[in-house]
Write a protein that binds this ligand. Structure first.
Ligand SMILES: [Fe+2]
Length: 447
């Protein structure tokens, strides 16, 4: 049920659900691969209490994590749980969850991503808030400072180097002024390295990208606005026409004074697909938005995001840019074993007006072939995740998993496709007992 009619980020399958459920032994059509043993988890905004549609910003909604556990061809359970930040425990009349931080530490809804690292599951968000640790069954355990090693802020988009197993994280917090902080989290779950990076302003840096040699800093013209923050804006980051768009290349173990800055044409990037070294250049593929939070300040809606490639010269800072595909695409993902390395394939979700997710798309960057499923008149797809058939499988030899909303019946399932038969029928669909609102990011977390 849509509660309001005047905010696109509360309508259709962006409308929140109102209860937490646990259902076991889910109905499956098709054949779930026996190799899939673990959890598919996905986070997204789902306001725990009524919100003012005129003021509601999609990025500010209470976090809710949805999970499906698969085991040997069965779908064992589905659960959805609000992440117990203070807003949630206060509203539900529950005790506060333990926190490693003082009471006045930023405590925004941990609504953007859910990842596993060093044996822990974390619900995560950017802009100053720390990771929130979840149990295997998605109960909130504690607000974490990574064993006392996290200086302050975390990010919704850590990138795991598949060779070292370490997480690379770009963090920001308006209270730092014109500065962001890069972190490396070791395989032991502790921060082992921090680099403070001074910038001309205080930009929203949603994600980063890495290569084997470099860390990419997306210093783009969506910046903090103190006046709006004072007025109580849901998210006080707006487009600034006067702010120079640029990408910084920080040597992986280097210092901030070694950054190579590469000016680019103004745009906004939430999500790189991947980047890699190619001789003296860095190749970056990402979903490019023309602007962000300029006319529409309640969520992304400044023209269609398109898949583009930037080639950055690490010696001169010069940049060339080309469009890979003109469809409206977001939520780019790559085989996680290729992060920071040359990739051939990418998987993305199409987005229609109001960031309504629709198509499911695969890109072969070697041939330029783009495969888009043709069933999006009926189905809307969330962010895809690629899972290799086995550890040594070739890139694209595996499954693509995504939450899918059936717009005819207003129901949801978890669809599993053979990546090499991307346009074909799913090999399996796990039918969920409730609708899952379109959200942000998820991951397959094998046991
Ligand atoms: Fe994101």
């Amino acid at each position: 049920m849509s509660t309001v009619a005047s905010n696109p980020f509360l309508e259709g399958n962006l409308a929140p659900v109102h209860s937490e459920v646990t259902v076991t032994d889910l109905h499956v059509t098709g054949h779930l691969p026996e190799e899939l043993v673990g959890r598919y988890l996905r986070n997204g905004p789902n306001p725990v209490k009524p919100v003012d549609p005129a003021r509601y910003h999609w990025f500010s909604g209470t976090g809710m994590v949805h999970g499906v556990r698969l085991d040997g061809g069965r779908a064992e359970w589905y659960r959805n749980r609000w992440v117990r930040t203070r807003e949630v425990t206060d509203h539900l009349g529950e005790p506060q969850v333990p926190s490693d931080w003082p009471d006045d530490h930023p405590n925004f809804p941990a609504n953007t991503n859910v990842v596993a690292h060093a044996g822990k599951t974390w619900a995560i968000v950017e802009a100053g808030s720390p990771p929130v640790e979840l149990s295997y069954d998605l109960d909130t355990v504690r607000v974490s400072n990574l064993g006392g090693t996290l200086p302050m802020a975390f990010s919704a988009h850590p990138k795991r180097d598949p060779i070292t197993g370490e997480l690379h994280v770009m963090t920001y917090w308006w209270g730092w002024g014109n500065q962001v902080q890069y972190l490396v989290v070791g395989t032991d779950g502790k921060v082992r390295r921090t680099v403070d990076i001074a910038l001309p302003g205080s930009p929203m840096i949603h994600d980063l990208s890495i290569t084997q040699k470099w860390v990419l800093i997306l210093d783009l013209p969506c910046v903090f606005n103190l006046e709006a923050a004072t007025r109580g804006a849901g998210l006080p980051y707006f487009w600034d026409h006067s702010y120079e768009a640029r990408i910084g290349l920080l040597p992986r173990e280097g210092n901030a004074d070694e950054i190579v800055w590469c000016p680019i044409d103004p745009c906004y990037i939430f999500h790189p697909l991947n980047s890699y070294d190619d001789g003296d250049t860095v190749v970056l593929d990402a979903a490019r938005h023309p602007k962000m939070f300029d006319r529409e300040r309640r969520g992304p809606a400044e023209g269609p995001p398109t898949l583009e490639r930037w080639i950055l010269d690490t010696r001169t800072g010069s940049v060339s840019q080309q469009r890979i595909d003109g469809r409206s695409l977001e939520f780019p993902r790559v085989d996680e074993r290729r992060v920071g390395l040359r990739h051939r394939y990418g998987y993305l979700a199409g987005v229609a007006a109001g960031f309504r997710q629709d198509a499911l798309v695969k890109v072969d960057f070697d041939t330029g072939e783009v495969t888009a499923r043709n069933d999006n008149a009926r189905y809307g797809y969330g962010e895809p995740v690629f899972i290799p058939r086995h550890d040594a499988a070739e890139e694209d030899d595996g499954w693509v998993m995504a939450l899918r909303h059936d717009t005819e019946h207003d129901t949801s399932d978890l669809a599993v496709f053979d990546a090499r038969d991307f346009a074909g029928d799913p090999v399996a669909a796990v039918h969920l007992p409730v609708r899952v609102p379109n959200g942000f990011h998820g991951n397959w977390i094998p046991d």
